[in-house]
Design a protein around this ligand. Structure first.
Ligand SMILES: O=C(O)CCC(=O)C(=O)O
Length: 325
């Protein structure tokens, strides 16, 4: 085992969370916690992510997003996808930063925590679950799933504006997403941006297809957008919204509420790699919901009924309070 994959002994955050940070999470739907994540845990995450990104991309695929039966998650390489779209339709509405053709790789790896044991251990043993317990005021926190993002220099592909809620097989209000960078992140290589306060609208929006600026996710494999609200016009009227972008360093963690609209810039830098893990946790009032809009690659493998506690299915594990061992 690589020395970086040895789990650090100390699993507490580096500092306490202030009352002001808790209030920001509640009020704005997002908070940047600077200098809270210990170096040893950042190194551990970086090593685990590197293993995932560098594995054979064809390994172990079952069916991906279409069947909903994948136990090995799903990977999309966005640069090839965008270039294929542009080849067929040079005027396509793809979400890019800058005007150069995208190059390098931009990977979105969904649900690696279901097959990569070091990542799973990370999410269950690191300080993240305790941070979520504090911000959501929860006695218990369960690991739901994860997504890993790699944006290589020049890849330019933005993450379009979207809300996580319609993607997740959950109901309740205490769902929080920890965005954990393992590289220095700026507006040039993929800063996260949030629509401040958008979680308070009590709406569930049509899913983004994750490639274009405004197109909806395709209704394939039983997925439907029926009953969802159209996403607000952030692309066409950005001045009408309070948009907040964050620079971030390894050691910082950004936590957003699952109903907060967010996205990120593309990597237009010459050399600055940008990798981050997005780790999704459910707090006290959250139960399972077989959501018709959800494209989760594992959605048809879950043996739960609506309203069930998540940890009755082995895909979802209680992360806080920590179980010894
Ligand atoms: O890292 C990114 O570009 C997007 C992250 C994201 O959408 C999320 O954490 O839910």
């Amino acid at each position: 085992m690589s020395p970086s994959l040895v789990v650090p002994a100390d699993n507490r955050p580096l500092r306490s969370i202030t009352d002001d940070e808790r209030a920001q999470f509640q009020r704005d739907g997002v908070v940047l916690l600077r200098g809270i994540y210990p170096d040893g845990w950042v190194d551990h995450l970086r090593a685990a992510m590197t293993e995932v990104f560098e594995r054979d991309p064809a390994a172990g695929r079952v069916g991906g997003t279409t069947s909903g039966l994948s136990e090995t998650g799903d990977r999309t390489e966005m640069v090839s996808l965008v270039n294929r779209i542009l080849e067929h339709d040079p005027g396509a509405d793809v979400a890019l930063s800058g005007s150069s053709a995208p190059r390098g790789r931009s990977i979105v790896e969904t649900a690696a925590c279901f097959w990569h044991q070091d990542l799973r251990r990370h999410y269950l043993s690191s300080p993240l679950a305790e941070i979520v317990a504090i911000l959501t005021d929860s006695r218990e926190v369960t690991l739901y799933s994860d997504q890993l993002f790699l944006k290589e220099p020049g890849s330019a592909v933005r993450t379009p504006w979207h809300q996580d809620k319609p993607y997740f097989l959950l109901q309740g209000s205490k769902v929080a997403v920890c965005w954990v960078p393992v590289d220095t992140v700026s507006i040039e290589n993929g800063a996260m941006g949030y629509v401040v306060g958008s979680h308070l609208a009590d709406r569930t929006y049509v899913l983004s297809d994750f490639v274009s600026k405004t197109k909806a996710f395709p209704e394939v494999g039983g997925i439907t957008m029926a009953g969802l609200d159209p996403l607000p016009p952030i692309e066409s009227e950005p001045e009408a919204f309070e948009l907040r972008y964050f620079d971030a360093e390894p050691g910082d963690v950004i936590v957003h509420h699952w109903a907060t609209i967010h996205g990120s810039t593309g990597n237009v830098s010459q050399r600055a790699l940008r990798r981050a893990a997005s780790v999704r946790y459910a707090g006290d009032d959250v139960t399972f919901l077989r959501r018709a809009s959800s494209p989760e690659p594992f959605r048809n493998t879950i043996n739960l009924a609506d309203g069930d506690r998540l940890d009755r299915d082995p895909h979802f594990t209680l992360a806080w309070p920590r179980v010894p061992g």
